[in-house]
Design a protein around this ligand. Structure first.
Ligand code: ISE
Length: 339
């Protein structure tokens, strides 16, 4: 059986997912795209030989579409995910899950009411080979108990609309999710310190976030969306008996024009290409086997809850401990969230 997929939003990520699907993903076929910019959708549809659909509601309701990807602007994610749940269609929502925490909670509740997992959130790092190896190293027990997770997340240049708050909500959400995943633990506190805005991006400050998990692991995250030189994601997990870190270097070294090293990509797409593909494969396999993997609605909601705790105008005050997920209504209590 083949899952027929429709993509809502053909901007940077929608177009990237469409290209990966067009290259071929097992048991998946892109059949339609939609964008508020109709001509953009039509151009992509024509180049890939799929249908262009005029509006998102029609795409969700289309009987010839089995599953939906939501790649439209962040503020539209929540309502579209709710519509997909109402139509009982599996939906892969780009992060963040919704434009507000309230909307994210509504999605978790709607999914509970629907009685089955329909939502996956596009936190693709869970499918990155490097993070997977970190996970396996920790699981092997050879490193002992985790103590610190050091993270660096740098973009070359952030988009104009990015505010200090969005630096956390839009970028650091990846670290919140991967920290919860790797450590298999909830985040219980968050504080933030920020240096002044840089001359390259006067409208927003870089952010340094310090988290602690329920079992006491300390997670620090530098998020710098205007680092100029390129895309750079690092992580090192320090444990009792050793550490495991993502290896930043690609397979080759480039020597030219006075430099000896490797190129950094301009954005995240080449760095996480393998992860995006693996995420799509896992999503379609999960639909077919009815055993979903990847970030759930609950995970998407938790990333937003941590964002809220981390970002407060006064900044340095420690956040109140977040409520344990076990005490919240959550389909995670009755289902297995993890692979
Ligand atoms: C973007 O949405 C991503 O998903 C990237 O991985 C991240 O590096 C970037 O900061 C986000 O804006």
């Amino acid at each position: 059986k083949e899952i027929r997929i429709g993509i809502i939003g053909t901007g940077v990520m929608g177009a990237d997912h469409a290209a990966i699907l067009a290259e071929g993903v097992a048991n998946a076929r892109l059949v339609a795209v939609q964008d508020f910019d109709r001509s953009r959708a039509e151009t992509i549809a024509a180049s890939l030989g799929v249908r262009a659909i005029a509006d998102a509601d029609t795409l969700i309701g289309d009987p010839d579409i089995d599953a939906v990807m939501v790649c439209s602007p962040d503020g539209t994610h929540g309502s579209l995910a709710l519509k997909a749940i109402a139509a009982r269609k599996p939906v892969l929502v780009e992060k963040p899950l919704a434009g507000s925490l309230e909307d994210a909670e509504a999605i978790v509740r709607a999914e509970v009411a629907a009685g089955r997992r329909l939502v996956q959130v596009g936190f693709m790092r869970r499918f990155d080979a490097g993070y997977r190896e970190m996970e396996q190293a920790l699981a092997s027990g050879e490193l002992g108990r985790p103590l610190f997770l050091h993270c660096v997340h740098r973009n070359a240049v952030g988009p104009d609309y990015l505010t200090s708050e969005l630096v956390i909500a839009n970028s650091a959400g990846h670290e919140f999710d991967i920290a919860r995943y790797l450590l298999d633990d909830e985040i219980t506190s968050a504080i933030v310190a920020s240096p002044p805005a840089t001359r390259n991006a006067p409208n927003r400050q870089p952010q340094f976030i310090l988290l602690q998990t329920g079992s006491g692991v300390v997670v620090d995250i530098e998020v710098f969306t205007d680092a100029q030189y390129g895309y750079d994601v690092r992580a090192e997990l320090v444990c009792e008996d050793g550490t495991v870190a993502l290896d930043p270097s690609p397979a080759t070294t480039l020597r030219a024009k006075g430099h000896d090293g490797f190129r950094t990509p301009a954005d995240w797409r080449p760095r996480f290409r393998q992860a995006y593909r693996a995420q799509l494969e896992a999503w379609t396999a999960g639909i077919l086997t009815q055993k979903p993997s990847g970030s759930s609605a609950w995970d998407g909601h938790m990333a937003m809850l941590v964002t809220k705790a981390a970002f407060r105008p006064g900044r340095r005050a420690p956040a109140p401990p977040l409520k344990s997920p076990k005490s919240r209504p959550c389909i995670g209590e009755t289902e297995t969230w993890r692979r």
